[in-house]
Design a protein around this ligand. Structure first.
Ligand SMILES: Nc1ncnc2c1ncn2[C@@H]1O[C@H](COP(=O)(O)OP(=O)(O)OP(=O)(O)O)[C@@H](O)[C@H]1O
Ligand SMILES: [Mg+2]
Length: 261
């Protein structure tokens, strides 16, 4: 369950509804610090599409260790629709075959643009068949350059096909040049408080956890978990039941899925 995020979810829902009802296309770049909820919003978008009967979802995640491997990202994105490549115009099909069969091979600008055009055609074909096509690209800051160029080329040329492309990236990296951006803010205190209440964090401890997490959802989760793991207070400890301070759970340096105590 996502707390807060009403405006952000509405913005994405509007893109999906436009694609479903009017065959309009759109792209959006979700931007924000580690742990702010970018991947969670991509999951939410996928769930929303599936709930409304949509089936076409292509998804890839940038991998830091593969960021120097040309088309590693496209390889991931398109692998399960590779049987559709033959239906594309010959040059486009050939460009994507390179991405799928030989990631790491040098890709010049023209190759990248042809690959971008091919992605666009493929997404439009999918949308044509059975409602909107959703393309989700997470951790875009770690995409290899060839994939990033191809996908941005496609995203900037979306027209009336019923395609939605969502990118998610940390604050630094991935110049989404030309794409509309949605900057994810930290959770409001009320939403953070509800999240902690649902996680059985004792009322007296919540205000401190909200303050320490500064509304970063990952930090909230870690601090809430740390509070739950903490042994029951004894007389010699703080009577508030407050969770311990966690260096790991600061929103300025959130650690990914780390255990913080
Ligand atoms: N609005 C929210 N309500 C409840 N939980 C949330 C919310 N947003 C994120 N979370 C949870 O917080 C954790 C961190 O979120 P997420 O992984 O989406 O962050 P991220 O922005 O993708 O971070 P990174 O840049 O490291 O990939 C996850 O466990 C996620 O489920
Ligand atoms: Mg993420």
């Amino acid at each position: 369950m996502l707390y807060g995020r009403n405006l952000d979810r509405t913005r994405i829902a509007t893109l999906l509804a436009e694609a479903r009802e009017h065959r309009r296309s759109g792209a959006l770049l979700l931007r924000g610090e580690a742990g702010i909820g970018k991947s969670a919003l991509l999951d939410d978008a996928e769930a929303a599409l599936r709930t409304s009967g949509g089936t076409h979802v292509l998804r890839a995640v940038g991998v830091e260790a593969e960021s120097n491997l040309a088309y590693a990202g496209l390889n991931q994105l398109l692998w399960h629709v590779r049987d559709r490549l033959d239906a594309l115009p010959a040059a486009q099909s050939a460009a994507l075959r390179t991405a799928l069969d030989a990631p790491g091979a040098p890709a010049d600008h023209r190759d990248r643009f042809t690959a971008g055009l091919a992605v666009l055609t493929l997404l439009a074909d999918l949308a044509e068949e059975n409602g909107p096509a959703l393309c989700l690209v997470d951790d875009a800051q770690w995409l290899d350059d060839a994939t990033a160029s191809a996908l941005l080329f496609a995203a900037r040329r979306l027209t009336a096909d019923g395609v939605v492309m969502l990118f998610a990236a940390r604050d630094a990296g991935f110049a989404g040049s030309g794409l509309p951006e949605l900057l994810l803010e930290r959770l409001a205190p009320d939403d953070a408080e509800r999240m902690l209440a649902d996680r059985d964090v004792p009322r007296p401890a919540r205000a401190r956890v909200v303050r320490e997490s500064q509304g970063n959802p990952l930090a909230l989760r870690e601090l809430a978990a740390a509070g739950r793991r903490r042994p029951p207070p004894t007389r010699s400890r703080s009577p508030t039941g407050s969770p311990p301070r966690s260096a790991n759970a600061s929103p300025n340096s959130p650690t990914k899925r780390s255990s913080c105590c």
